[in-house]
Structures are given as C-alpha cells and as structure tokens.
Design a protein around this ligand. Structure first.
Ligand SMILES: [Zn+2]
Length: 172
C-alpha cells in the first residue's frame, strides 16, 4: 500500500519511499531493561509532573538510541501544544544539522481542552519522532517519509516497550 502523496514525489523520493516502506520492524536488543521505565512514565503523566515526564522520555530515548547504536538526541517536554488553523502539533523532530544533537519536542497537554495527553498516545508520539531519527541515523535514508513501513516501525517499538500479557509472564 502507498499513501496518496506518493504520486507527487520525484523518482529519487519514490526510491526512498519504497525503501522506507520495506522495513516493517525495529528489533530492540535487551528491551526488557527498558520495561521498568514505562509504568513510571504513565504515572508521571497522570500526576502532570512535566520534569519527571521529560526525564523518563530522555531515558527511553537514550535507551533506544544506545541499543541501536545511533547518536543520542535531546528530548524536551513542554506544557501546552501549539495550535493553528492546520490543527495541533503533537511532537516535533529536528535533525542535528550542525547542532550537537537532534531534538525531539513533545507536548503534555492538548491545545483545545488543555487536557493531559493519554499515556499511550503520548508514548506513541515519542516513538514516532524517534522513528524519524532512525530513518536518518539507522537506515541512512536521505529523507524520512510517513510510509506504511514507518508506522509499522512505530508500532513495532511500541509493542516491544509495552508488551502483551503473554510476553510479561514468568518465562519472559
Ligand atoms: Zn512524523
């Protein structure tokens, strides 16, 4: 499956798109060691502790970057999402490009209702922005497109960090 904007891409961009679309998963070594961070993040988000949320997001991002041997990045968590006529910004990835590190910015509250973002949606946004980082730094793609493969990689990371019940049993 390709998304509608595919037709508007140049031949070179289409090659990048197909490469991105062909990578369905990102296997994470020693992912069990990251599992203890997840309930902590959920709790910090629930009590609206911005500093703790930011710290835990950094630990998760550092943990993933270290396991995949890609450059570390900066993660900052801000209070209320910016919004404009086009909608709301959930997260933002800015490649390093001269800076020491790439930067991920996340927002804890929705712009419209100022409600705290639901935990799973929030974690997915962090992983989504991390997937842009991996496109450049792990897969060495010259551009990072939202392909079906891209969303599969986002889900792949999510399910490795938030395993199904079967995976958390005594044999895990
Ligand atoms: Zn994106």
């Amino acid at each position: 499956m390709v998304f509608a904007y595919f037709d508007r891409l140049s031949a070179a961009q289409k090659r990048i798109y197909r490469k991105s679309d062909g990578i369905p998963a990102v296997p994470l070594p020693r992912r069990q060691d990251l599992h203890p961070l997840i309930p902590g993040l959920s709790a910090a988000l629930e009590r609206e502790d911005r500093a703790a949320v930011e710290l835990l997001c950094r630990e998760i991002a550092d943990g993933i970057a270290a396991r995949l041997e890609v450059p570390l990045l900066r993660v900052r968590v801000l209070a209320v999402r910016p919004s404009a006529s086009w909608g709301e910004l959930h997260g933002l990835y800015e490649p390093a490009e001269g800076r020491a590190r790439a930067v991920i910015t996340l927002w804890m509250r929705t712009a419209k209702q100022k409600r705290v973002v639901a935990f799973k949606a929030f974690l997915r946004t962090l992983l989504h922005e991390l997937c842009h980082h991996l496109d450049y730094e792990l897969f060495h793609l010259p551009a990072s497109f939202h392909t079906e493969g891209f969303y599969q990689r986002e889900s792949s990371l999510f399910h490795q960090l938030v395993p199904d019940k079967a995976e958390t049993g005594p044999t895990a």
